[in-house]
Ligand binder design. Structure first.
Ligand SMILES: [Zn+2]
Length: 95
């Protein structure tokens, strides 16, 4: 098999040490190996991390490129795309 499979979900926010990343801003290496080029493992953010996130200091719990924002709803991590929501043109074309 020569085809590279991507190990990161497209709609999850991952934590790699001090960074929050999504599949778009994590980069190719992270998408295919689950680790950054410096060897940090990417793990989906936990509800505990998101609820403890210092919004006052760092702003919303969003990934590096700002595509995704993670919030905690009823104890579970919910990830949304603020740009799509703000535009009011969110596509409902889920498959
Ligand atoms: Zn991102």
């Amino acid at each position: 098999m020569s085809e590279e499979s991507e190990v990161l979900s497209d709609d999850a926010v991952y934590r790699a040490r001090d960074s929050l990343l999504c599949s778009a801003c994590a980069g190719y290496t992270a998408r295919t190996t689950g680790k950054t080029i410096s060897g940090q493992s990417l793990r989906p953010v936990s509800a505990r991390l998101v609820s403890a996130w210092p919004v006052d200091e760092f702003g919303p719990c969003s990934c590096d490129c700002g595509r995704l924002i993670a919030v905690v709803v009823a104890g579970r991590v919910v990830v949304s795309e603020p740009a799509a929501a703000a535009g009011g043109k969110a596509k409902n074309g889920r498959d």
